[in-house]
Design a protein around this ligand. Sequence first.
Ligand code: AMP
Ligand code: MG
Length: 346
Amino acid sequence: MKLSRFLFVLLILSMLSGCGDSASTAEEYNPCRMEVMAMDTIMSLTVYNQPAEEGMEVLRKAATRIEELDALLSVTDENSEIYRVNHGGGEAVSLSEETRQLLAEALALCGSTGGALDVTIYPVVRAWGFTTGDYRVPEAAELSALLADVDYTRAALEGERLTLPEGVELDLGAVAKGWTGDQLMELFAGAGVTSAIVELGGNVQTLGAKPDGTPWRVALQAPEGGYAGVLEIVDKAVITSGGYQRCFEQDGVTYIHIIDPSTGYPAESGLVSATIVADRGVQGDGLSTALFVMGREKAEDYWRAHHDFDFILLCEDGTAVMTEGLEDSFSLYGGWEDSPLEIIRK
Ligand code: AMP
Ligand code: MG
């Protein structure tokens, strides 16, 4: 980790960590909180019902785990494993067990979504400037040349050895935060925590129920600001991909950070956001990106073929669509309260 980032993390930790020290309706349940700056976002972690010392100890371990994962998976950090993989010069490289597991899950999601999720999209994402913030609109010819190397089936994973042909590069940015959420839930459960919630830059993941035994109430962000809905969950990940999360404007056109791998251009699927509710963060994260690319009809088809998760789609035409599993737990709110809400059934 770069020194400046390390100091920033320390500063954030010392400013924002603590047990039971801020106003909350759940104050009597002894919340311990910590904020960590990692993976280009602010992460907020809260565990309940732990003695102060133990609560802070588990949060410190969680912060260390997040830093480890960031150092492993960052596509821009020259010391990361992904950077090493992307500069392997076409030779087979050995992966750590963690990266191997995550990549295997990610490649399976690329396959099941028909390439709507494609972890080899990185050269295209970089050409648009989304990794650095130096945004630009690439020429069509540049994009079609780059697309020749976008194909997740060319990432050959055999045991712990991965071979990427020259020019093919990995970006696990669409699944890394979801995987991180899963690792945090495992760490908390292993430490005896039974009630916890983490927010990883828009991803929310929960362990158990709220400390009073009632479901967590998670707000769904409205693309235009404020909230579009409220969701009640226990033991779930709630993960949203939306064009509004990262985008830039040029000559009156808005370009978003989710790329359609079949065109190389930002996805234009008629959705403003895709939210997945799933048991596992990595699945929710991969699918939120993929279903955003697919758009409403293909997302419905995908859910009917798999239905081991639920979704809420906010559409550009002002309508909302959700799967039947959320019927009793989701309601529209704020500016979206009077919008049509269609329920998709098997
Ligand atoms: P998320 O915010 O989880 O939807 O992930 C979006 C990030 O994943 C982007 O910032 C890119 O780094 C990368 N990405 C964009 N489009 C795709 C795609 N179709 N498949 C895989 N990764 C993508
Ligand atoms: Mg995602």
